[in-house]
Ligand binder design. Structure first.
Ligand SMILES: NC(=O)c1ccc[n+]([C@@H]2O[C@H](COP(=O)([O-])OP(=O)(O)OC[C@H]3O[C@@H](n4cnc5c(N)ncnc54)[C@H](OP(=O)(O)O)[C@@H]3O)[C@@H](O)[C@H]2O)c1
Length: 241
């Protein structure tokens, strides 16, 4: 049994929590909104804490509450703020950077002593990027900047924290979660967006949680510094000429 911290529990983080718990692991959940974590923590019989990642001290305190020995950290917090260049503001960009990138940095920094204390062969960190970093999409300036930094952070940390701590990231395409709900709530729009994927559907939290659980666990013991796409083929393939 391993002991994992999951930050951000509304969508993919929640599915990951359920999957890890079903495999018998112990969890400590951290989320901003109590309603998005309380029921989940009760159902899974795990501990939780509330923190806004925009307030680094809150996040550090919450991570400390997980205990002195931690085997893995998944930072599943994110934003999707899609606006054309001339409508996005510097404040939007700063906020997205704080939540996606600085928050990930703070979480890892706070968790490193406990991760180093893990008795597993390796401890692991899992961060989240997006398909919109390796491929350019109109209207994605802010999220691409913020998640591009997460990809840089992933590789830099993987180099610095080896050999004890592995650091990887997943890069999903549009996945049906509370975060993406404003983009997918209209069925016609959702269908049009699904059709852009070679596998002809949008992702769901379970699609991503499966790989996330694998990357955190011992079966991925020789994988570090990677950004792995979970995107229905959107990032790499063109299924129509
Ligand atoms: N869904 C997609 O289409 C998609 C695509 C590409 C990448 N991703 C990435 O995948 C990861 C998981 O995404 P998801 O869709 O599963 O997200 P989600 O869980 O549905 O929602 C985002 C999570 O981030 C938390 N959060 C946002 N701002 C926060 C803050 N200031 N402090 C603390 N927590 C905060 C939210 O907390 P609350 O409960 O308070 O709202 C929520 O738990 C994210 O990094 C996301 O960027 C998602």
């Amino acid at each position: 049994m391993a002991h994992y911290i999951i930050v951000g529990t509304a969508g993919i983080g929640g599915a990951l929590a359920a999957k890890l718990r079903a495999s018998g692991h112990d969890l400590f959940l951290i989320n901003r909104t109590r309603e998005h974590v309380e029921d989940l923590a009760r159902d899974l019989d795990v501990r939780f804490s509330i923190a806004d990642v925009m307030v680094p001290e809150q996040l550090k305190v919450a991570i400390g509450l997980a205990g002195p020995i931690v085997d893995g950290l998944a930072y599943c917090v994110g934003t999707i703020n899609l606006k054309p260049l001339m409508r996005i503001t510097a404040d939007d960009v700063r906020r997205d950077f704080e939540i996606n990138s600085v928050g990930a940095f703070t979480a890892v920094q706070a968790a490193v002593p406990a991760l180093k204390a893990s008795i597993q062969t390796t401890a692991s960190v899992l961060l989240f990027s997006t398909v919109a970093v390796q491929q350019g999409f109109a209207g994605h300036v802010s999220v691409a900047m913020a998640k591009g930094a997460v990809e840089g952070l992933t590789r830099a940390l993987a180099a610095e924290l080896a050999p004890k701590i592995r650091v990887n990231a997943l890069a999903p395409s549009l996945t049906q979660t509370p975060l993406s709900e404003p983009l997918t709530r209209n069925p016609t729009t959702a269908q049009a967006l699904a059709a852009l994927h070679p596998l002809q559907r949008l992702g769901n939290a379970i699609d991503v949680a499966g790989l996330a659980a694998f990357m955190l666990g011992n079966d991925a013991d020789w994988i570090t510094g990677q950004v792995i796409s979970v995107d229905g083929g959107r990032g790499a393939l063109r299924s129509k000429a």
